[in-house]
Design a binder for this molecule. Structure first.
Ligand SMILES: [Co+2]
Length: 468
């Protein structure tokens, strides 16, 4: 439903740019510059807002941008209540988009790059959650910590752009994915949409890793190679795991598709286990405690297949992970069973919280043909004798850097007959292969995953959407 107050807010912003009547909270010097050179100032203003210069006290918003600022400020200042209020506001605002002026509305199917949907360059926040731990309550209101967040405003904005693209891409694909779809076509469609919505720009913005579409007992790291004619079936359980990135800030998020309702409890187990892991996460929280919280929820579910009742198991040798710029696995693991490491989560860290629920052994091993590869993040210069391997490495450096890629990505940029060279790069340790990860044949695995950010003042579930 359109909230009238919100529409007014959006229109007021448009006027502010057109007519020179900027929100009252702008400083004098900002006002001067605005009158001087409106076009250039628009960007500058967005940046000022991003770093929290404007604070809209009444929370009504003096413009679309002011509204965003209000949300950010509320999240930072008001703790749970403020954050929730801000989240609500954002929801309303989203729905009121595409009114007379202000932000543009996405088409169906989506065709407008996300940066073009947010003309002020400010992308929506994820879900804001305050830290539950007693020792963290001071964080909600600390002015010092808010200042620390202002310094990170551009990073937050980059990763939120990647998150908004992830939401829009997946929500469209959820409508498209039906039994009978060929997986390779599905992946190419998803990746094409990611590239266009993020406004792909070399390594500055684009896909963060190949589209995983692992089926049934395959838990992760499967995407079709050229010539793979696998078609999605009614009884398949498919994990769609894909990534977007802006300036190396990665969103890694996944969901499960199954058409047969017998798998509903399996999906729910993983979805709720992931939510439990996210709820348990926090600054100075031990990773083993997150794992225990996940397992407890996961293994409280059971499902019936062919008259047999099966308890869902957490896959004990799969984990979530910390994320750093251009580094999908940055060193810390988020276990999904108890008994893990006591290492703590820290302020400012990004984590992919992902859980895998299985009807099999709950233990995976590498199997099947490899499609996923990634340069070793820490590898230095390695002298190569084979000219073809040298040339392929140059292509990988230019196109993917340290981001993961798949054989199809090499195909689409025109590489042919690269398997020997690729093997050489793997043998020398420069590139690491990531083969499919499989539980026992005949079983089914579900997965849900979000990327979260442990901000100084609150936890932000960056990839949260209305779907999951
Ligand atoms: Co992940």
């Amino acid at each position: 439903m359109v909230a009238p107050g919100e529409d007014v807010a959006v229109d007021a912003s448009a006027d502010a740019v057109e007519g020179g009547e900027e929100p009252k909270v702008l400083s004098k010097s900002q006002r001067k510059r605005l009158n001087k050179k409106k076009a250039a100032e628009e960007k500058r203003r967005a940046e000022a807002e991003l770093s929290g210069v404007q604070i809209d006290e009444d929370g009504e918003g003096n413009g679309a941008a002011g509204d965003d600022t209000a949300a950010a400020a509320a999240a930072a200042v008001g703790g749970e209540e403020g954050a929730e209020g801000a989240a609500k506001k954002k929801k309303k605002k989203k729905k009121s988009k595409g009114g007379k002026g202000g932000a543009r509305q996405q088409t169906d199917p989506p065709t407008i790059p996300v940066p073009d949907l947010y003309p002020n360059g400010i992308f929506p926040e994820g879900e804001i959650v305050s830290y539950p731990q007693d020792y963290n309550t001071y964080r909600t209101t600390s002015e010092e910590l808010r200042e620390r967040e202002r310094l990170e405003a551009n990073v937050y904005n980059d990763v939120r752009r990647a998150a908004e693209v992830h939401r829009q891409v997946r929500q469209h694909m959820q409508k498209v994915i039906k039994p009978g779809i060929k997986l390779i076509d599905m992946c190419e469609q998803l990746e094409g949409l990611s590239r266009s919505l993020i406004k792909e720009d070399g390594l500055q913005a684009g896909i963060a890793f190949p589209t995983g579409c692992s089926l049934n007992h395959v838990a992760a790291h499967y995407t079709p190679n050229k010539g793979d004619n696998t078609v999605l079936g009614y009884d398949d359980v498919m994990k769609i795991d894909f990534g977007t990135q802006v300036n190396g800030r990665i969103i890694d998020s996944a969901f499960t598709v199954a058409f047969n309702p017998i798998f509903d409890p399996l999906k729910e187990a993983s979805r709720e286990a992931t939510n439990a892991g996210i709820a348990a996460a926090g600054i100075d929280v031990r990773l083993c405690d997150v794992g225990e919280a996940i397992q407890e929820v996961m293994e409280s579910y059971e499902l019936e297949i062919g008259g047999k009742t099966l308890q869902v198991k957490s896959v004990r040798n799969l984990t979530g992970h910390s994320i750093a710029p251009y580094q999908i696995h940055a060193g810390k693991s988020v276990p999904i069973v108890k008994g893990g490491e006591a290492t703590k989560m820290e302020e400012g860290e990004f984590f992919a919280v992902e859980t895998f629920g299985s009807t099999g052994k709950g233990y995976i091993r590498e199997d099947l043909e490899c499609s996923h590869y990634m340069k070793d993040f820490h590898v230095g210069h390695v002298p190569l004798r084979l000219p073809r391997a040298k040339q392929l490495l140059g292509t990988i450096d230019r196109n993917f850097g340290t981001l993961a890629f798949c054989r199809r990505f090499l195909d689409r940029i025109g590489e042919t007959k690269y398997l020997m060279a690729l093997k050489n790069l793997c043998d020398t340790g420069i590139v690491v292969p990531y083969p499919p990860l499989c539980d026992t044949k005949g079983c089914h695995v579900a997965q849900y995953e979000h990327t979260i950010l442990l901000r100084p003042t609150c936890k932000e579930i960056l990839s949260k959407g209305e779907d999951y």
